[in-house]
Write a protein that binds this ligand. Structure first.
Ligand SMILES: [Zn+2]
Length: 176
């Protein structure tokens, strides 16, 4: 596992520096909880099978005031890299479109990490998908239904029903 933190670049504030940092305890705890779910266990096995390394890059409001880069996969071209933030409350307060049933307010670091694994190359391979389709209408309900909601169900959190349009997650039926 690799972990980086975006830090302010004194020479160019628009281009943050990536600094190698230790895995924060909070993230470690969420990863352990994800690994205890059925899908999490499958995903970790797939990473091992692939000889792949999960990379976590933490963004903070110091370099990204609206945390726009948090919760993205492959942002730097690495299909097993997850950009995330521990500052969930600031992320929830950011001016994104909110929809009924999207369960943004109930999200935790663990549920968000579980969701992002559903966009990683090895996470997709764990459910038999070899290529990310880059179709938001498929990718997002799939990551929400098969990864995030498995985590939510295990830890008695409300189920996410909606990502982009009402009940698209609830109605998701296929692994493709
Ligand atoms: Zn997503």
């Amino acid at each position: 596992m690799n972990h980086f933190t975006e830090k302010v670049n004194p020479e160019d504030p628009s281009e943050p520096l990536l600094v190698a940092t230790g895995l924060p305890d909070e993230l470690r705890g969420s990863l352990v909880k994800f690994g205890a779910t059925d899908i999490g266990n499958k995903v970790y096995q797939q990473f091992i099978k692939d000889g792949a390394t999960a990379t976590f890059t933490e963004v903070t409001t110091a370099t990204d005031p609206d945390l726009q880069v948090a919760w993205r996969v492959g942002f730097n071209g690495n299909p097993n890299e997850i950009h995330y933030t521990r500052n969930i409350s600031a992320w929830k307060a950011a001016p994104y479109t909110k929809r009924p049933g999207d369960e943004i307010q109930s999200a935790t670091l663990g549920s968000l990490i579980a969701h992002e694994f559903g966009h990683t190359r090895s996470g997709l391979a764990a459910i038999g998908i070899r290529q990310n389709t880059f179709k938001l209408s498929v990718d997002e309900p799939r990551a929400s239904a098969l990864f995030e909601n498995s985590y939510r169900a295990k830890y008695n959190m409300p189920i996410k029903r909606t990502y982009r349009k009402e009940n698209d997650v609830l109605n998701f039926r296929s692994g493709n």
